[in-house]
Design a protein around this ligand. Structure first.
Ligand code: PLP
Length: 413
C-alpha cells in the first residue's frame, strides 16, 4: 500500500481551510485535485519552452512537440493502447463521444438501426445517441439496472439484435458507482456485429485499464478526473475504426497537402486535431499518468475499495440515509450517492460546506437515472480518490449528523 500522508502532501489544495475547517474534498467524480507534479509541469512549459507544436524548427518548438507527443505515448501506455497513434487529444469525454457520434456513427447508423445504452448513462453518453437516433430514424434501446443497481446483463443481451450498430455504455456510473463488466458486454455486442464505445470517464482514473483486453472500438475519458488539468481528454480508437472515421474539424495541422481546390488528410491521429492543440494541458496529463503509474492503479483501486467499504459501514449508522449503488464492492467504485429522508440534498450540501466538507448534490448529469429510476429529484454524492482518508469519511458522517440536528431531524446534543 502506498504512503497516504506522502500522497496527500503532493496536493497543495488539501492543506487549505474552508469556512475555518480543514477541507474534506469528496467531489472527485466531478473533478479531481491536482498534485504539485502536474502543476509544475504546466509552469515548466510556460516558463521554459512555451511554443507551438509540429510547426517550428526552432528549439522551443521542438521541445514542446517532443513533450506533447511524449505525453500521448505515456497515456497510450497507461491504458495499454497498441500505440500512441490510437489516441486523439480532445477536450474531455463529452467531446470524445460527440466526435464518434458526428463522424463514425453518423455515417453508419441509419433508419431501423439500433443503438444500445444503459439506464445509468451520463448525459454525455446519452444525449449524443438520442439525437443521432432521432436524426437518422434509428432506435435507442436502454438496458435496465437490476434491483441491486448492477447492470442487468440479461436485459443488455436481449437488446442486442442483429440491427444493433453500436453499444455505448459506461464503465463506471458517476451516480451509483456501478462498475459494468465492460469486457463481457463488449464481447456480447461484437457477437451481433455491433461496435462498442465505452464511457471510461470514471474508470480510467480509478481502475487499472487495458483497452486491448477490453476490445472496444472506442474508449473516452477526461484528464481532469485523473489528476490532469481541465480542457484535455482522450478518445482511444481501434486502428480500423480510426481509419474509417472522417475528420470532423477542418483547418491547420489536420491536412497533408492543400491546393485551392482540395486537401488530403494528415496521418493518424493528427487528422482529428485541427488547429493549435491544448499543448500545456496535454503535457500536464502526461505528468498525471506518470503520477498514477508510479502509485500503481491496483493500489489506487485497493485504497478506494477499502475506503468505500468503511464509508458504507458508517452510513449504516444514519437511519435517515437511503444509500444507492451495488453492495458488491467488486462492482462498485468509490462513489456513495444518498438521500436523507426529509432533507433536500442542496440544503445538505450547503450545511456540509460550512463544515469544510465538499460533496456534490443534484442530478449529476444523469437526470433520467435519478428522476425516473431512483425516483428522487436529486441525490447527495460523496466520491473518493487516492488521497482521501477514513478520517475524512468520519468528518462527512459527523457533518451529516450536524445537518440532521440543524434541520431538526435528530435530537440536538
Ligand atoms: N461520463 C461520465 C460517467 C462522467 O462521470 C462524466 C463527468 O462527470 C462524463 C461522462 C463527462 O465528462 P466531461 O464533463 O469531462 O466531458
Amino acid at each position: 500500500m502506498y504512503d497516504l500522508s506522502a500522497v496527500r502532501a503532493d496536493f497543495p489544495v488539501l492543506s487549505r481551510q474552508v469556512n475555518g475547517k480543514p477541507l474534506v474534498y469528496l467531489d472527485n467524480a466531478a473533478t479531481s485535485q491536482k498534485p504539485r507534479q502536474v502543476i509544475e509541469a504546466l509552469v515548466d512549459y510556460y516558463e521554459r519552452y512555451n511554443s507551438n507544436v509540429h510547426r517550428g524548427v526552432h528549439t522551443l518548438s521542438v521541445e514542446a512537440t517532443d513533450r506533447y507527443e511524449e505525453a500521448r505515448e505515456k497515456v497510450a501506455r497507461f491504458i495499454n493502447a497498441p500505440s500512441a497513434e490510437h489516441l486523439v487529444w480532445v477536450r474531455n469525454t463529452t467531446e470524445a463521444i460527440n466526435l464518434v457520434a458526428k463522424t463514425w456513427a453518423a455515417e453508419r447508423v441509419g433508419p431501423g438501426d439500433r443503438i444500445v445504452v444503459t439506464e445509468m448513462e451520463h448525459h454525455s453518453n446519452l444525449v449524443p445517441w438520442q439525437q443521432l437516433a432521432k436524426e437518422r430514424g434509428a432506435e435507442l434501446a436502454i438496458a435496465a439496472l437490476g434491483a441491486d443497481h448492477k447492470l442487468d446483463e440479461a436485459d443488455f443481451e436481449r437488446l442486442l439484435t442483429p440491427n444493433t450498430r453500436l453499444a455505448a455504455f459506461t464503465h463506471m456510473s458517476n451516480v451509483l458507482g456501478t462498475i459494468t463488466p465492460a469486457k463481457r458486454l463488449a464481447e456480447s455486442a461484437r457477437r451481433v456485429g455491433a461496435a462498442v464505445l465505452i464511457d471510461a470517464a470514471q474508470s480510467v482514473p480509478h481502475l487499472p485499464i487495458d483497452v486491448q483486453d477490453l476490445d472496444a472500438d472506442f474508449v473516452a475519458f477526461s484528464g481532469h478526473k485523473m489528476l490532469a488539468p481541465t480542457g484535455i481528454g482522450c478518445l482511444y480508437a481501434r486502428g480500423e475504426a480510426l481509419e474509417q472515421m472522417q475528420p470532423f474539424l477542418h483547418g491547420g495541422e489536420m491536412v497533408l497537402e492543400v491546393t485551392y481546390e482540395d486537401a488530403s488528410w494528415n496521418y493518424l491521429p493528427m487528422r482529428f486535431e485541427a488547429g493549435t492543440p491544448n499543448i500545456a494541458d496535454a503535457i500536464g496529463m502526461g505528468a498525471a499518468v506518470d503520477y498514477l503509474a508510479a502509485l500503481g492503479m491496483e493500489n489506487v483501486r485497493r485504497h478506494e475499495v477499502e475506503l468505500t467499504r468503511y464509508a458504507l459501514r458508517r452510513f449504516e449508522e444514519l437511519e435517515e440515509a437511503v444509500v444507492y449503488g451495488p453492495a458488491d464492492l467488486d462492482y462498485r467504485g468509490g462513489v456513495v450517492s444518498f438521500h436523507m429522508e426529509g432533507l433536500h440534498p442542496h440544503d445538505l450540501g450547503q450545511v456540509l460546506d460550512t463544515e469544510g466538507v465538499a460533496i456534490r448534490t443534484g442530478h449529476h448529469c444523469a437526470m433520467p437515472l435519478v428522476r425516473s429510476r431512483l425516483n428522487v429529484p436529486a441525490t447527495a454524492r460523496a466520491s473518493f480518490y487516492l488521497y482521501n482518508t477514513e478520517e475524512e469519511v468520519d468528518a462527512l458522517i459527523e457533518a451529516l449528523n450536524k445537518a440532521l440536528r440543524y434541520f431538526g431531524r435528530a435530537p440536538r446534543s
